[in-house]
Design a protein around this ligand. Sequence first.
Ligand code: CP
Ligand code: NVA
Length: 308
Amino acid sequence: MTRHFLNLADAGGDAIAAMLNDAMDRKEARKSWPKGKTDADAPLAGHVLAMIFEKSSTRTRVSFDIAIRQLGGTSIVMDSGSMQLGRGETVADTAKVLSRMCDAIMIRTDDHAKIEELAANATVPVINGLTDLSHPCQIVADLLTLIEHDKALPGLEVAWLGDVNNVLNSIVEAAGLMKFNVRIGCPESYDPDQSFITAAQAAGANVTVYRDAMEAAAGADVIIADTWVSMGQAHADAKMEAMMPFQVNDVIMETAKADAVFLHCLPAHRGEEVMPSVIDGPQSLVWDEAGNRIHAQKSVLRWAFDQI
Ligand code: CP
Ligand code: NVA
């Protein structure tokens, strides 16, 4: 059966744990090599990854491109605006054509239903490079970063502050799969997606919503923030005002554990969701987190090709 990676649950907790180990091993094996050099075993030699972007991207675009090259394969990167997809060719037809020309498809799009339709019509793996609903590849990199910094996942207290969005949904999903807890600090009337929370709670994770940022951050091992205006959303002054008490600043970091770390998927907006003293400070892991996108993507690709 074709392995699609639309959400973390498509792989499951055991596979994600194996992916994280694989990512660490492969990262170590090529330490200090040039980024474009192929891994010694070239496990995806000859494979072509098609990438479709319906939204902007720096990290996802570059990390998948480098990832497939390091695994021995090649890529074709397309913006939907320059494809027939952007002129109305259907997602289903695009899936059928690309399945005959490429070995896997990574897509960044808006409506999650589009990636489900792509997967339903593709005979090659389809990987979610972000939808309005979720961003699973980002969270594989986040988990890798935490483990590398001695934050064992089971029982970890992860605090998310600010807007409730695609990245949060995948963190909550990961909590259920990897057995950590999420403390969500968000304003009234900005309610996180209940279906992800219900699934994580059913799997044994504690997921709690706080309307006070300090309560959410109290005693946390990890503090995470993301933009208050996700791609495709309109800027709204009322929302920015509502989010301001959930800004990650020095007071929030002092409320967390003394050895707490800070994550942000980037791009960041200093002075909005996070202050420069935090994101550019000693507790921030954001650059390792961004760099780990390559290693995470490689393990996602290897899982999709049944190598993990
Ligand atoms: N974090 C992330 O997905 O970054 P890009 O939007 O640059 O791909
Ligand atoms: N929540 C953000 C993540 C960007 C990587 C967005 O969707 O724009």
